[in-house]
Design a protein around this ligand. Structure first.
Ligand SMILES: Nc1ncnc2c1ncn2[C@@H]1O[C@H](COP(=O)(O)OP(=O)(O)OP(=O)(O)O)[C@@H](O)[C@H]1O
Length: 513
């Protein structure tokens, strides 16, 4: 039976703190003992990079004891050790006993892949600071090391230079070779309420500036959510027509039979329900601009009527026999491939050429990824309250996922996601698990990140075994990240769910939370 008292005595024996802060070395020493070479090296690199601590790593407990015995037994250190070693001849708890016998003072943290009540009790009896069950997030271990150093060795948080290991976006996956940083747009990145620093958006801005004053018909083409309506507004606001109205009509949202009277107006009695005559949008936009969104969805019959307006600059109300002159600049937009629409016979070729006088092509967001950090910052500044209470931050991994994602819904999708995260996760750090699963599906492969974590040991390596260990580790990490959900984990690993299950069975991998 472990009593609270015996537990405390053990702790006191192990953790008699330094008399004064001057006595302690500048940073705590860490000894790591783990027989899985790849995991051990990964841990060593991660702890060193994140906390700036020197880590002495040994795959063999005997070698660890030899090194520890060489140093002065009065200096306390942190020991991180596996419990069971593959050759069966050593045991992490025995290592703790042997070091204690030699009079060493240290704070033990133990790790095990096979959690059992018996070993947990045995570890507690030995006064371990924490008992970690594999797999665990590497950050959990570094947090524990800091906690141990602060609470047992008298260090303060300031003694550590905590640095989250930087992840560099590989060129292949995103086309950008630099660390991803959220950055507020500066003056040059903002054009008429639009954010853009990429060369592609700068070209769009230049074209808007050039065409705005001309009065010509403009055709804006680009995927949904790329800002076509914003571009139309910019053209209008930079033109001489700015003091007159800009009227927008979504041709795809109004039923075909209503669209004609919506655009051109109607006379009293023109159809059932036409109790009075009414001006259409063209007349309302007189001396200003009309923005015909989703022009590709306009019915063929109406296309003929629009062509007549373009040719004669006059409109004819439904039910009228006379024409009314209109002075309107026409700006149209569609997310469709209008040329293909013409080829398929769904759009009149003559109208297409009339509308396409000045084309503006808007790039999808995935073609201008350098704008993503600016847009994130811009939308956060819009959604986060003035006191910053619901502000959010992103960890490196989630930032990377945001940059690598394809954004099929473009800027609108990014805007909606930021709004949702601020509402649901305001005040916290966003991690990959806070993002919709589809972001994880498209995560890039960090081939080069392995270079910084695993280096070829002097004595060489059993490649087959090493790869198999990496596979195990990644499968377990995917399961851990998705709380054991095999469906989501398989997506993270870009494999079928059934393949994952078969692999787990074959390799006898079991996941316990
Ligand atoms: N460059 C940008 N800077 C800031 N906000 C943008 C930018 N581009 C788009 N947005 C915002 O994204 C949302 C979608 O933009 P908009 O409605 O103009 O897209 P669209 O291309 O017209 O979409 P659809 O084809 O679906 O009509 C809007 O809220 C808009 O303010």
């Amino acid at each position: 039976m472990v009593t609270k008292e015996s537990h405390l005595n053990e702790f006191e024996f192990l953790h008699n703190s330094y008399e004064s802060s001057e006595d302690k070395p500048s940073l705590p020493e860490v000894f790591l003992v783990e027989d899985d070479l790849i995991f051990g090296k990964t841990l060593k690199k991660f702890i060193q990079k994140k906390l700036g601590l020197e880590v002495s790593y040994h795959s063999d407990p005997g070698a660890a004891i030899a090194q520890i015995n060489e140093r002065s037994s009065s200096e306390q250190f942190i020991l991180i050790t596996d419990i069971s070693f593959d050759d069966g001849g050593a045991d992490g708890l025995l290592l703790i006993d042997l070091l204690k016998e030699k009079g060493h003072k240290f704070i033990p943290i133990v790790m095990t892949g096979f959690a059992s009540i018996e070993t947990a009790i045995a570890a507690t009896k030995k006064g371990v600071f924490h008992y970690l069950t594999k797999p665990f997030e590497l950050d959990v271990l570094t947090d524990l090391i800091m906690k141990a150093a602060i609470s047992k060795l008298g260090y303060t948080e300031k003694d550590f230079k905590v640095e989250t290991p930087k992840v560099t976006i590989p060129k292949k996956s995103t086309g950008i070779e630099r660390s991803f940083k959220i950055e507020a747009p500066n003056e040059e990145d903002i054009f008429c309420g639009m954010i853009g620093r990429s060369a592609k958006m700068k070209q769009v801005f230049e074209r808007i500036e050039k065409v705005a004053s001309s009065g010509s018909t403009v055709f804006i083409n680009g995927p949904s959510g790329t800002g076509k309506e914003l571009i139309a507004s910019a053209i209008h606001s930079l033109s001489q027509r700015v003091d007159n109205p800009m009227v927008s009509v979504n041709c795809g949202a109004i039923p075909g039979e209503l669209l004609e009277s919506e655009l051109f107006g109607h006379e009293k009695g023109a159809f059932t329900g036409a109790i009075s005559s009414r001006k259409g949008r063209f007349e309302l936009a007189n001396k200003g601009s009309i923005f015909l969104d989703e022009i590709g969805d306009m019915p063929l019959l109406l296309q003929v009527k629009l062509l007549r307006v373009l040719q004669g600059r006059v409109i004819e109300r439904v039910g009228s026999t006379t024409t009314t002159p209109v002075d309107v600049r026409i700006i149209t937009a569609t997310h469709r491939d209008l040329e293909k629409h013409v080829e398929d016979g769904n759009f009149r070729e003559d109208l297409y050429y009339r509308l396409n006088v000045i084309p503006i092509k808007v790039p999808a967001l995935c073609e201008r990824r350098e704008d993503i950090p600016l847009l994130i910052s811009y939308f956060l500044s819009r959604f986060v309250s003035a006191d910053g209470r619901n502000s959010i931050e992103f960890d490196d991994e989630s930032l990377e996922l945001l940059l690598a994602y394809d954004w099929p819904g473009n800027v609108r999708e990014l805007e909606n996601l930021m709004e949702r995260l601020v509402i649901l996760r305001g005040g916290s750090v966003i991690r990959p698990s806070d993002l919709p699963v589809k972001f994880l599906e498209r995560a890039p492969m960090h081939l080069n990140s392995y270079d910084s974590l695993i280096s070829l040991p002097e004595a060489g390596i059993d490649l087959k075994m090493a790869l198999s260990n990496i596979e195990d580790s990644l499968i377990l990490q995917a399961l851990s990240k998705t709380a054991g959900n095999k469906n989501q984990a398989s997506k993270l690993l870009s494999m079928n769910r059934t393949t994952l299950i078969e692999k787990m069975k074959k390799k006898q991998i079991e996941f316990q939370q």
